[in-house]
Design a protein around this ligand. Structure first.
Ligand code: PCP
Length: 393
């Protein structure tokens, strides 16, 4: 049978209907229902380990999880979206008659693993950049159906902007972008391309000239500065790998030549092959970064969902701590600890501070009970936690 043209993606309806599930969950429901086994269980989501070099991660994907579990006959508690956490800490619990939510384990984990992976990588890049601009440039590396999700979580994680039109619509932000090499190539000349871009592009769009297409960055940067003067906000260096010997030295040269001629106002924006390590190296001398692959293709977080209580009794598989837990955080010093939920109320920190459980209600059977803040507020929470100095890279 010939293949039917179409995008190989599941629709929102199919996801909500539980069709995006591993078949063994469907079979488990079949067995339990046929045997009349209807047990109330509590399951929890944790990441026993984080990607190499990560001390912490950012919890993301809650808005989509609320969409997924909103109508289920189950109760879900979880961290606030944008909350930082460490390996081994419970981030979400779901409870109810097991066959009511069994098939949703696959999409639930999928939503959390990828969104949290992207938000965490974005936060690491923003931590490395400090107050320098970081723009998400990576939609072209992933399936377009995912671009809004990828960029929403890149923004939540701390990126200052997103590049895709649809993503901007989703989060209520103007999409950011400079100019592609294609514009210079099709026009055939960098100077004419810069002039045309400036004459035609709406005035509120920052003028960022791409200066590595046809000749040396410093000479194209000076051309852009001469042509656009005060209207030039920055130059973008997307130097090809084969020419990217010492990027820091190239940036210093461009900076020197611009300043020598009075173009101190012109910023230097870098893109191509960047991650938190490269950004940390270049942040002292560059003004902004376009990050693609390393954020959009960020390592997912290895969340697992495990039953920890059956019919109210602690019961779980080998290798996991059983029973209902609380993730306690001290309001005074930020100290964290995982404790049996039964011992959580009135818990005090060694510093004497009051400790509260970070696992808060998201949904009750049939409805979402948490107010879901706009992503701008969640992003502000992430930046606040980065500034606290408690979460470093
Ligand atoms: C890429 C484009 C992307 C950048 C690099 C992301 O450059 O500008 O946004 O790169 P990364 O995935 O390595 O982080 P090109 O495709 O060379 O340039 P353009 O389309 O801008 O001409």
């Amino acid at each position: 049978m010939a293949a039917k043209p179409g995008f190989h993606i599941a629709s929102a309806e199919e996801i909500k209907a539980g069709k995006v599930t591993d078949v063994y969950f469907q079979r488990t429901v079949e067995v339990l229902r046929r045997e009349g086994i209807h047990k109330h269980v509590l399951a929890e989501v944790r990441a026993t380990s984080l990607p190499a070099g990560y001390e912490w991660a950012v919890f993301a994907g809650v808005e989509e999880v609320a969409t997924l579990v909103g109508g289920l006959n189950a109760k879900v508690d979880c961290l606030a979206e944008g909350e930082f956490f460490r390996a081994g800490e419970p981030v979400l619990t779901i409870e109810g008659e097991y066959t009511e939510f069994c098939v949703y384990e696959t999409p639930l984990l999928g939503l959390l693993c990828q969104a949290s992976g992207i938000a965490t990588k974005a936060a690491r890049c923003k931590a490395a950049a400090g107050d320098k601009t970081v723009i998400s440039f990576g939609a072209r590396r992933m399936h377009p159906a995912l671009a809004p999700m990828i960029e929403r979580n890149a923004f939540l994680g701390g990126c200052d902007g997103v590049a895709v039109v649809k993503s901007g619509e989703l989060i209520g932000e103007e999409p950011s972008g400079t100019m592609p090499h294609a514009l210079v190539l099709v026009v055939g000349n960098a100077e004419r391309a810069f002039r045309m871009f400036d004459e035609i592009t709406p005035p509120q769009v920052k003028r960022v000239a791409l200066v590595d297409t046809l000749c040396d960055e410093k000479f194209e940067a000076l051309t852009a500065a001469r042509v656009l003067g005060d209207r030039l906000s920055a130059v973008r260096l997307d130097t090809p790998e084969s020419r990217r010997g010492n990027m820091a030295q190239i940036i210093r040269e461009v900076r020197w030549e611009l300043d020598l001629r009075g173009y101190e106002h012109v910023g230097i924006f870098v893109s191509g092959g960047l991650d938190e390590a490269k950004i940390a190296e270049l942040a002292p001398i560059a003004d902004g970064f376009g990050v693609g692959t390393s954020i959009s293709n960020a390592p997912v977080l290895n969340f697992a969902l495990d039953i920890v209580e059956v019919e109210g009794q602690p019961f779980t598989k080998r290798g996991k701590p059983s029973g209902r837990k609380a993730l306690l955080a001290c309001a005074a010093c930020g100290e964290r600890r995982v404790a049996p939920a039964a011992k959580a109320s009135g818990a005090r920190c060694a510093c004497g501070g009051e400790m509260s459980n970070l696992l808060l209600p998201l949904s009750e059977p049939g409805k979402v009970v948490r107010e879901l803040p706009p992503v701008q507020e969640l992003r502000a929470r992430v930046l606040e936690q980065l500034r606290s100095g408690r979460w470093t890279i």
